[in-house]
Design a protein around this ligand. Structure first.
Ligand code: FE2
Ligand code: FE2
Length: 440
């Protein structure tokens, strides 16, 4: 992407200031990041909080029923259903960007490696820019055809969200350790990459223009996760370090199902394609994602094996993995693996089913409880997110709640009451569709 095609803009002053105020509340290390940027990224331009639009995008709609027509430049050019769908997606995107900063900040201090920590800081700054980007999409258009809420109030609504009130489930889960920061980057940001890539074709030009610069940054976020995972896998192979495969496996069990849920119901997504907003349906994108993380897990296993057995060449290591062979006392079960796609789901056809990690059905709730305790990271089931899921799962298991109602019932902590900036009122509310609207 030639630099000259990228337009840089700032939000009107009052919104820019509001984002800076949010930044000061949730990123107290911002000054440290600016002061040390050159030390860690000597060849990177200094970070700038701004909206970046790639003006070289295809001017015509690339998929869907309007394919070939000029891309929409404002919401009022679309039909109501399209505009409504788009608005929900933009708000959900903004929410996820800011939500991840709120998650990362609490365990950031627990990193044992200064560089890992600094990379997470940069990633958080870029997520803030992504939120800022979505605010620019919201504020540069008139959405009155689909909402009575002003742009100002929509921005305020997103700035007021907390962990627990974000649109998508993965952004409502507290991190328990720095392993969560890293696993989140490798697994959840990767979903972000898929979503951004799908929206590069967006029939709404401001959205399409936003994706290229965000995707470049997203690649760094994936590296922020993958780098430490590789190092930990090799260290564990050599018998060094403090992160075992058991710990990594449990973290994968925690995050992989949430990543799958982020694609939306795997039977859906057709409207997004028909409307011209994404190039793939949910299920297709999800399977491509699974293939990619499968490769990641395979790479980690290979690094582990070759670190443990320095004489093992790459081809032989790959053969062992391909054939699920045991080698010198290391068995297939000792290595990392992805859970089955039916495990621990809260959206889609397998939502609120009692499945074990291999996808097998569990028939009684007590066995399910014991299985979950055995495969999830130790502190996670004690948290609010898991308890919300678990209490509903129990009702589904004893027949007093349907899976569809359980999905709807997942409570969200939302700001209610007036739109006054000083209002911090929050209470538990039931969302209208219980599912978030970003990806359906
Ligand atoms: Fe992002
Ligand atoms: Fe990201």
């Amino acid at each position: 992407m030639a630099a000259s095609t990228v337009r840089k803009t700032e939000l009107p002053k009052k919104f820019h200031q509001a984002v800076l105020k949010w930044r000061d509340a949730y990123m107290p290390d911002w000054g440290f990041m600016e002061a040390n940027w050159k030390k860690y990224f000597p060849h990177q331009p200094e970070f700038q909080l701004c909206a970046l639009n790639d003006c070289s995008v295809c001017p015509h709609i690339e998929v869907g029923v309007d394919k070939g027509k000029p891309k929409f430049t404002s919401a009022c050019e679309m039909n109501k259903e399209q505009a409504d769908h788009l608005l929900k997606a933009v708000k959900a995107q903004a929410s996820t960007e800011l939500g991840s900063i709120q998650q990362h900040r609490l365990t950031l201090a627990r990193a044992d490696d200064e560089q890992d920590q600094f990379w997470i800081l940069r990633m958080m700054a870029e997520e803030l820019r992504h939120g800022y980007q979505m605010f620019s999409v919201l504020l540069n258009d008139d959405w009155r055809s689909v909402t009575d809420t002003s742009g100002e109030d929509m921005v305020e609504e997103v700035l007021n969200m907390r962990t627990g009130s974000h649109v998508l489930g993965a952004f409502n889960i507290d991190f328990d350790s720095f392993l969560d920061n890293i696993t989140f980057c490798a697994f959840i940001d990767r979903v972000g990459k898929f979503q951004l890539d799908m929206q590069k074709v967006s029939a709404y030009r401001p959205m399409s223009e936003s994706m290229g610069p965000m995707l470049r940054e997203e690649a760094f976020h994936l590296a922020t996760g993958v780098g430490p995972l590789r190092r930990w896998a090799a260290d564990f192979g050599e018998g060094k370090g403090t992160v075992s495969f058991d710990m990594m496996q449990r973290a994968i069990n925690k995050w992989f199902p949430r990543a799958l849920d982020m694609f939306g119901d795997e039977r859906g997504g057709g409207r997004n394609v028909a409307f011209g907003f994404k190039h793939s349906k949910n299920g297709e994108a999800m399977m491509a994602y699974v293939e990619e993380v499968d490769q990641l897990v395979r790479d980690l296993n290979e690094r582990f094996l070759r670190a443990r057995f320095p004489d093992l060449d790459r081809d032989r290591a790959r053969e062992i993995l391909d054939k699920n062979e045991s080698y010198e006392g290391v068995h297939h079960d000792d290595l990392l693996s992805l859970p089955d796609v039916k495990f621990f789901r809260r959206r889609g056809p397998h939502a609120f089913e009692m499945r074990d990690r291999d996808g097998g059905e569990i028939h009684d709730f007590e066995s399910f409880r014991q299985h979950m305790m055995a495969v999830l990271p130790e502190p996670y089931p004690m948290g609010r997110d898991f308890m919300n899921y678990f209490t509903r799962m129990e009702k589904v298991a004893n027949g007093t709640l349907t899976p569809v109602d359980a999905m709807r019932e997942m409570p969200e902590l939302s700001r209610v009451g007036g739109t006054c900036a000083c209002s911090n009122a929050v209470r538990w509310v039931q969302p209208e569709n219980g599912n978030g609207a970003a990806n359906n």
